[in-house]
Design a protein around this ligand. Structure first.
Ligand SMILES: [Zn+2]
Length: 346
C-alpha cells in the first residue's frame, strides 16, 4: 500500500502541471479527493491493512491528502492571479497618449443676427416675448384685422394644421397675445420662426422674423421713425440712409416699407460708375422691414380703448438681414448644415 501511495503522488504531480486550467484543477480535485476519489478510496482500504501498520499508513495518507489539497489551492491562486494580470494588461490605458478632441460648435449665423437685433432693442428698453409656432386662426389672422375671406390672407401662403389651426405665418400673433393679457405701456419684441408655403433662392418654407411693438398713451409715427432708424444704424452702418415708403398691412394704418441705402454702392445704384449694383439691382435702396401705426381695429380686438392708446409695430425677416450683412445669395445655405458654410461665422 505504501507503494501505491507513492504511485498516486507521482500521478498527481504529473497531472498538476503548470499549464493546468481551472477545469483541470477541479477535475483533479474530484478524481483524488471526491467521494469516490482515489485518495478517499485509500482511506477506506485502511481497515484492510494489519492494525500495527494502520497509524503509520494513516499518517502517510493524511500527509498526501494535505499535499494534494495544498497543490490544488496553490494552482487555483496562481490561475486567478494570472487572469487578473491578463485583464489589467488588456484594459491598460496609456494616459500619456493625446486625448481625442471635441470640436466646439458655433452659433448659427441666424442666431447670431437674431441675438444682435434683439440686443439693440433690449438696450432701448424693449422686453422679449414668445408665442406658439402652431397658432389659431383668430390670433394669426382675425385679431390682426384679417377676417375670413379678407384678400390680405392671400399675401401669406399658409400651412394649415387643421381647419382652425395654422403654422403661424408671421410673429405678429405674439403682439395680440401680449396685449390680450397686459395693459400699456408696452415695449416688446418677439423673435421666432414663421412658416409659409414658399421655396426658392430667397424664400424658405421656414424662416425667422423679429416683430416688435410699442404701445402707450401718446405714441406717434415719429417715435416709430426714431426707434427704427436708430436700430438700422446700429445693425448696419452709423451713417446709413433710411427711408420710409407708404405701404399696406392689414394691421397697421398708416403703414410703411422701410429701406436702407445700399451699402455696396452707397445708394448710387452703380458700382465703378457704370455697372448696375447687384445687391440693390441698381435702385440704391434695400428693403429691410415693414412697419406702421397699429390699426385701431387691432386695439378693439384686444380690448384697448383706441381713443386713449396708440402704438406702432414693425416686423423684419432675419434671413434677409443676415443675407445682406454677410453677402449670402441663397437662403437655403442657412438650412443645409454645410459645415464649411457654418464655420465662417464666429
Ligand atoms: Zn447697391
Amino acid at each position: 500500500m505504501r507503494e501505491s501511495l507513492d504511485t498516486l503522488r507521482n500521478e498527481f504531480l504529473a497531472r498538476i502541471v503548470d499549464g493546468a486550467s481551472e477545469q483541470e484543477v477541479q477535475r483533479l480535485r474530484v478524481e483524488f479527493l471526491g467521494r469516490k476519489g482515489k485518495l478517499t478510496l485509500m482511506f477506506h482500504r485502511l481497515k484492510e491493512v494489519p492494525p500495527e501498520e494502520r497509524p503509520g499508513l494513516g499518517e502517510a495518507l493524511n500527509e498526501l491528502r494535505g499535499f494534494v489539497e495544498g497543490k490544488l489551492e496553490l494552482r487555483l491562486t496562481e490561475l486567478k492571479r494570472r487572469e487578473k494580470e491578463r485583464l489589467l494588461q488588456a484594459e491598460r490605458v496609456d494616459i500619456t497618449l493625446p486625448g481625442s478632441r471635441w470640436e466646439r460648435g458655433r452659433v448659427h449665423p441666424l442666431t447670431l443676427v437674431m441675438d444682435e437685433i434683439t440686443d439693440v432693442f433690449v438696450a432701448m428698453g424693449f422686453e422679449l416675448a414668445r408665442g406658439p409656432d402652431i397658432e389659431d386662426d383668430y390670433h394669426n389672422f382675425e385679431a390682426l384685422n384679417m377676417p375670413p375671406d379678407h384678400p390680405a390672407r392671400d399675401m401669406q401662403d399658409t400651412f394649415f394644421v387643421s381647419a382652425a389651426r395654422v403654422l403661424r405665418t408671421h410673429t405678429s400673433p405674439v403682439q395680440i397675445r401680449v396685449m390680450e393679457t397686459r395693459k400699456p405701456p408696452l415695449q416688446v419684441i418677439a423673435p421666432g420662426a414663421v412658416y409659409r408655403h414658399d421655396d426658392d433662392a430667397t424664400h424658405s418654407p421656414m424662416f425667422h422674423q423679429v416683430e416688435g411693438f410699442m404701445v402707450d398713451s401718446q405714441i406717434a409715427f415719429s417715435d416709430l421713425k426714431g426707434v427704427l432708424t436708430h436700430f438700422l444704424r446700429r445693425v448696419f452702418r452709423p451713417e446709413t440712409g433710411v427711408r420710409f415708403r407708404p405701404s399696406f398691412f392689414p394691421f397697421t394704418e398708416p403703414s410703411a416699407e422701410v429701406d436702407i441705402q445700399c451699402f455696396l454702392c452707397d445708394g448710387k445704384g452703380m458700382v465703378q460708375g457704370q455697372q448696375a449694383c447687384r445687391v440693390c439691382k441698381g435702385t440704391g435702396w434695400l428693403e429691410i422691414l415693414g412697419a406702421g401705426m397699429i390699426d385701431p381695429e387691432v386695439f378693439r380686438f384686444v380690448g384697448y380703448d383706441a381713443e386713449r392708446v396708440s402704438g406702432f409695430a414693425f416686423g423684419m425677416g432675419v434671413e434677409r438681414i443676415a443675407m445682406l450683412k454677410y453677402g449670402i445669395e441663397d437662403i437655403r445655405l442657412f438650412f443645409q448644415n454645410e459645415l464649411r458654410f457654418l464655420r465662417q461665422f464666429a
